[in-house]
Write a protein that binds this ligand. Structure first.
Ligand SMILES: *[C@@H]1O[C@H](CO)[C@@H](O)[C@H](O)[C@H]1NC(C)=O
Length: 380
């Protein structure tokens, strides 16, 4: 009798709060030490409004998603003018004339008199400091709205969540994950797909220490700025004082900005798998400092955009790679290429910037090929 009673209580408890409703593992690289909501008792939002409120309030929180939160329609629709900078064929993205973008930047583009888009997608939910946003199993899906970590928010973990279907037809219809003025952010096992603009954007304010790991950036789309089923607006890192670890991510079916790096950003790109890119992967311009090692480029037309002013150490020679050891703590791993253009750069002057920092370890590019099986939400 007594035994039966205890078993029933345990079963009831397990159905609402399972041990899995906690952050799994720990951040490696620049955001090492991030704790998010720490040991706060998990909360389980049931409505989109509850999710918004848990994310933005000033309490440390572990917020667990147990279903799809569909924001489409929650703020109605907006109709505005737009333009067709890449043509009006069916596979092309159109652009919303946001802040007169069409007028100011694409004056020669064909005008589109009326675009109706979902209002909720345009601006993401604000995440306050000390939060973990995690999905349960493969249930954690946020549809039609992204998130924003801005204005000094600090110590945030997003893990095992999919962001999808944010006005994918229309540029300026919304980003999935925005950082702009932050510190200690870990984005792990996140999937992004069918996004209007950037999948992940670190804007011009300092976002300091960031680790993006085990994510799937899925650019496959029927509405592309390159009109070829591949999304142009992938990853955008232009913060004024940013250190970004990009490790073990699967970045595929993009056609540009995968990533774009500038501002004053030190990027450690390690063991990522870049696949099926019809344009360029790395766009590294003035102020961008990239050490890329142990990555795989498969069917990537240009691993880098040429002729730009960014600084790159592309780890191309096992002889010189020993120079990494002094500052990164290991010899850099070679990148690997299959039917792809090469990533080149021999700027060893940026290696010393890793001195005294938390630096991610590196596996071989051969090992990194397994990222296709492990990256994204629902795979913890
Ligand atoms: C976040 O947690 C830290 C450490 O407990 C605390 O000092 C800080 O005030 C918290 N931030 C907010 C906005 O609550």
């Amino acid at each position: 009798m007594k035994y039966t009673f205890i078993a029933a209580v345990v079963a009831a408890f397990a159905s609402s709060v399972s041990a899995a409703d906690a952050v799994s593992g720990a951040a490696e690289g620049f955001a090492k030490g991030v704790t998010g909501g720490g040991s706060a008792t998990p909360v389980y939002p049931s409505t989109t409004t509850e999710l918004i409120n848990y994310l933005k309030d000033s309490s440390a929180r572990v917020i667990v998603l147990t279903k799809t939160f569909d924001f489409t329609g929650t703020e109605g629709t907006t109709t505005s003018s737009g333009c067709a900078p890449w043509g009006t064929a069916s596979g092309c993205q159109l652009a919303i004339n946001k802040d007169d973008w069409c007028t100011n930047y694409e004056p020669n583009a064909a005008k589109v008199s009326s675009i109706t888009y979902d209002t909720a997608g345009v601006l993401g939910m604000t995440i306050g400091s000390n939060k973990s946003l995690i999905g349960q199993g493969s249930k954690g899906v946020i549809k039609g709205k992204g998130v924003r970590i801005v204005s000094g928010a600090k110590n945030i973990i997003i893990q095992n969540v999919r962001f999808t279907d944010i006005n994918p037809e229309y540029v300026w219809g919304g980003d999935a994950i925005t950082l702009n003025g932050a510190d200690l952010v870990w984005i792990d096992h996140v999937t992004t797909d069918l996004i209007a603009r950037q999948h992940i954007v670190l804007g011009n304010s300092a976002s300091n220490r960031v680790t993006i790991s085990n994510c799937e950036i899925n650019g496959a789309t029927a509405w592309s700025a390159t009109c070829d089923g591949h999304h142009y607006w992938g990853l955008y890192f232009t913060g004024s004082n940013d250190m970004v670890t990009l490790k073990d991510n699967y970045i595929h079916h993009t056609s540009g900005r995968s990533p774009k790096v500038g501002g004053n950003t030190l990027l450690h790109a390690v063991n990522n798998y870049f696949y099926a890119n019809t344009g360029h992967a790395f766009e590294v311009d003035t102020g961008g400092k990239v050490v890329a090692e142990g990555n795989v480029f498969q069917n990537v037309v240009a691993a880098m955009q040429s002729g730009l002013a960014g600084q790159i150490y592309a780890s191309a020679s096992s002889t010189t790679n020993t120079q990494c050891k002094t500052y990164l703590g290991h010899n850099c791993e070679l990148n690997a290429y299959g039917s792809s253009g090469a990533l080149t750069g021999t700027d060893t002057s940026i290696l010393s910037l890793f001195s005294g920092k938390n630096v991610a370890s590196a596996d071989t590019a051969t090992t990194a090929k397994n990222v296709v099986n492990t990256a994204g939400y629902g795979k913890l």
